[in-house]
Design a protein around this ligand. Structure first.
Ligand code: HEC
Length: 462
């Protein structure tokens, strides 16, 4: 399957965001009766601790905390509003269409609890009913103790400046070729690091003398092309040729973290000389100066990646074109799609829909040669801020000859509150430009070539 290799030349290093969600909230619905008098300690704290404090706590990325009674009370009506409208916890995919690992979906019961609590005046309740805050790893790994920590070069994010998009090189040299099971990005200041999309450059040992040469950070807005950034970082081999790039090995988004796959699935081969290329490190707005201290954790593995995860993408820069062209006239709503027929049986692990600010909805599914539809994902209300890499609970088999279809709707009217232009302007894709004001349409799929029984293997390891 030629176009399905995940090692691609560096010049095609545009891709999207990859991440894994964490805790596991099932929308299990029961006919439980609501308590007459809802209190914070008895009813609300447990709901917030299960659904919100992973982000809304000191050190989390939620900008404000929802740990104490006073904090919850201060935001009371907003809590009722965002939960009732399912804006929080952030989970844009429709859980009735397909389910994923770690999906953040609240039950109607819990939503009603918050609503009633606010209506009844937000009582505190008895102190002895107050639950303990779950234990969250302090600043570091979400998985365990890493074998190797690679810090990013510290970067000062000045107060009151607009978003930064950086290209960052994190070089490494190892005593020998090594296997790794997980490569994890740990964000420094959670509230400022928006997302990271990182690839791994694999140098052939004698083709690159010094992997540490060149700059380690460049600002993507200053460089008018990505090639300019690559040149500053001196990513090329000494003879000017391009090294091999393995895409999407280290990715991050607030509230989500690296996932360890079951034994035998996934994993990486680390070269003796290499570098991580964070080709889209996005810092958001900050009120005060902060220095980023993000780092990359590597967990070694004794076993080689027998079944390395492979990847392909439909749409922009992908294996199948966007149809019709992604040119969105002002004051229009436009539907596009991309279709790709898989030449062999595959087992899908994760999917990642990607659009920018004009995105309105996204749907992905596969049509089998027998005429069946395999559901992949439905995002009725696109949210630019939460573009998860959705991981299926069990791998999804797509038989050879099936056509994977991605459908996207873009809203380039003033109705779209995220529209970067007012009045609306013509917006299009520009050769994979990641600028939020240009558009993209991608459906990224990670998979394994199918093996008998794959569809029964659970991907949930914790
Ligand atoms: C995965 C991380 C995450 C989780 C889980 C999460 N939040 Fe948030 N929340 C954020 C971030 C980041 C923001 C600010 C950016 C935004 O609005 O998307 C936010 C914003 C908010 C806001 C302000 C919205 C606004 O428009 O200003 C409220 C209220 C809120 N969250 C409540 C909750 C509640 C209640 C829960 C749990 C039921 C929850 N959040 C779960 C990350 C999270």
């Amino acid at each position: 399957m030629k176009c399905h290799v995940k090692l691609s030349r560096i010049a095609f290093a545009f891709t999207s965001l990859v991440w894994q969600a964490s805790c596991n909230n099932k929308p299990a619905e029961t006919e439980k009766k609501l308590p007459e008098k809802v209190t914070f300690t008895e009813h609300i704290a447990p709901v917030l601790y299960q659904n919100c404090t992973i982000c809304h706590r000191p050190g989390g990325n939620g900008h404000f905390d929802l740990v104490t009674y006073a904090e919850a009370k201060e935001y009371g009506p907003s809590l009722a509003y965002v939960t009732k409208n399912r804006l929080m916890p952030p989970w844009p995919a429709d859980p009735h269409y397909t389910e994923f690992i770690g999906q953040r979906v609240m039950s109607d019961y819990d939503i009603s609890l918050i609503e009633n609590w606010v209506k009844q005046g937000m009582a505190e309740g008895p102190q002895d009913k107050m639950p303990a805050l779950p234990q969250y790893p302090a600043g570091g790994s979400m998985i365990g103790t890493p074998d190797l920590i690679l810090p990013l070069k510290p970067y000062l994010i000045k107060a009151n400046t607009s978003d930064h998009f950086l290209l960052v090189k994190v070089p490494f040299e190892l005593p020998r070729d090594t296997f790794a099971s997980v490569i994890e990005f740990v964000a420094g200041p959670h509230d400022v690091v928006h997302h990271v999309n990182g690839d791994m450059i694999k140098y052939e040992f004698d083709k690159k003398k010094d992997v540490f040469a060149g700059e380690q950070i460049t600002d993507m807005v200053e460089d008018s092309t990505i090639q300019m950034g690559f040149a500053k970082l001196q990513l090329q081999n000494d003879d000017g040729s391009w090294p091999v790039l393995q895409k999407s090995v280290v990715n991050y988004l607030p509230g989500v973290f690296a996932l360890k796959y079951p034994e035998g699935i996934g994993g990486y081969r680390l070269p003796r000389k290499g570098a991580f290329l964070l080709n889209d490190l996005h810092y958001g707005f900050t009120k005060k100066d902060v220095t980023d201290s993000s780092h990359i954790n590597i967990f070694f593995s004794r076993t080689p990646p027998d079944r390395p995860v492979q990847e392909f993408q439909l749409g922009t820069l992908g294996v199948s074109p966007v149809e019709p062209d992604l040119i969105i006239q002002p004051n229009t709503v436009k539907k596009v799609y991309s279709r790709y027929t898989v030449p062999q049986d595959i087992s899908i692990i994760t999917i990642n829909p990607h659009m920018h600010l004009l995105g309105k909805s996204f749907k992905g599914y596969a049509l089998t040669p027998k005429g069946d539809t395999i559901r992949l994902i439905d995002i009725p209300r696109w949210d630019f801020n939460w573009q998860y890499f959705y991981t299926f609970k069990k791998m999804v088999k797509i038989p050879a000859g099936s056509t994977i279809v991605a459908e996207g709707v873009y809203d380039n009217t003033t109705e779209n509150h995220n529209n970067p232009f007012n009045p609306p302007q013509l917006v299009r894709d520009r050769n994979g430009s990641m600028k939020a004001t240009d558009e993209m349409f991608q459906f990224i799929i990670t998979y394994l070539p199918y093996k008998e029984g794959d569809e029964n293997i659970s991907l949930e390891t914790h």
